[in-house]
Design a protein around this ligand. Structure first.
Ligand code: ADP
Ligand code: NA
Length: 331
């Protein structure tokens, strides 16, 4: 409805890759049209702190991400684009929600169980970040949250916390809904059984939005495929080759699988040739984004100004909500 407000966030943990682009950023750009002037997009740096971060790298990642979001078409005139830590109300509301959520409720979260198994001494933040995420959403009385299936539990938690707050202290928060879409999943070029991720150590596993055509060609050339040279789409038995086709399809809305498989360029039905073809396609698609991201990244002052303006606008909404919350709590 026209009263809907969309909240979405993205962690500044590295230069965004094509998986982030097709799976998240391009959807944000589309939503910006539908929810013009009714969307907040936060560079959620506080969430990044739930695992150890190098300060100078984090600072640089925040600017890289901001430059890429703008280069992909996020328009700060119509979307409130801001850095989470510039709006202190996020942590303020999170504390209040901490005090209204049980420890077992958080310990039951699937992502906690998964992540704590891989980390020797997980921080309190890693356990409680779903509450910070709830605070992010609730602070703006957001009603729509575009997230993947893996976030279902977190949205349920947000709804539970809103409901609990409202029934205990009086109506403040709307119940938010997930905005689920058909989101293509891109896999790692080095380990096609995993998704492409910024957190995979090898940079060769992902294509970043600022990679040069040469780097793109090199990464695709080295992408793990198999010993069959024929080009076929079979995600189960041929995840590597199929992932390359998925990348192609995700980046080019106007073509389908048949178009690619019947391309005369590939008469030899050779995955090696196809890798060259795909490298050209990816480089062409990324060229304008890359050029704009590099241009924007060179002007840190401008990027900080954009984030600061966004934070001012976000703070206005957030402080109104916090004033209501505090009144209800007797603070
Ligand atoms: P990463 O694993 O690269 O750090 P995040 O977990 O920060 O990515 O996810 C940021 C956004 O990008 C999320 O909306 C997520 O669903 C999307 N995303 C991440 N990796 C992929 C991928 N390989 N394919 C499609 N979407 C992805
Ligand atoms: Na990640």
């Amino acid at each position: 409805s026209t009263r809907d407000l969309v909240f979405t966030g993205i962690q500044p943990t590295g230069v965004p890759h094509i998986g982030n682009y097709v799976g998240a950023i391009s959807q944000m750009v589309r939503l910006q049209q539908t929810y013009k002037d009714r969307m907040l997009l936060s560079v959620v740096d506080l969430h990044a702190l739930s695992i150890p971060q190098d300060p100078s790298l984090l600072r640089s990642n925040i600017l890289d991400l901001t430059a890429c979001l703008l280069a992909c078409g996020i328009d700060p005139k119509h979307t409130i684009l801001f850095q989470q830590s510039m709006v202190p109300h996020h942590t303020e509301l999170a504390w209040i929600l901490f005090c209204n959520c049980s420890v077992p409720r958080l310990q039951r979260m699937a992502q906690w169980k998964e992540k704590k198994a891989t980390i020797k001494e997980p921080s309190v933040g890693l356990l409680t970040y779903p509450i910070l995420q709830a605070a992010d959403i609730m602070l703006y009385k957001s009603t729509l949250v575009p997230v993947g299936e893996d976030q279902t539990q977190h949205i349920e938690l947000t709804r539970d916390l809103s409901r609990a707050f409202n029934s205990r202290y009086g109506l403040v928060f709307p119940e938010c809904d997930m905005l689920a879409g058909e989101i293509p999943k891109i896999r790692s070029l080095r380990n096609p059984s995993n998704k492409m991720s910024k957190s995979e150590p090898s940079e060769k596993s992902r294509i970043e939005l600022t990679d040069s055509p040469e780097v793109i060609a090199e990464k695709i050339k080295k992408a793990v495929t198999d010993f069959t040279s024929e080009l076929t789409y079979d995600p189960v038995n041929r995840p590597g080759v199929s992932n390359l086709l998925d990348i192609h399809l995700a980046l080019c809305d106007d073509i389908d699988l048949e178009d690619i498989l019947e391309d005369s360029f590939l008469s030899a039905e050779d995955t090696g040739l196809y890798k060259q073809r795909l490298s050209q396609v990816v480089a062409e698609k990324l060229a304008p984004i890359r050029a704009e991201a590099i241009r924007l990244r060179a002007d840190e002052g401008h990027l900080l100004e954009v984030l600061g303006d966004g934070a001012d606008r976000a703070s206005q909404i957030a402080s109104e909500t916090m004033a209501e919350v505090k009144t209800k709590l007797g603070l």
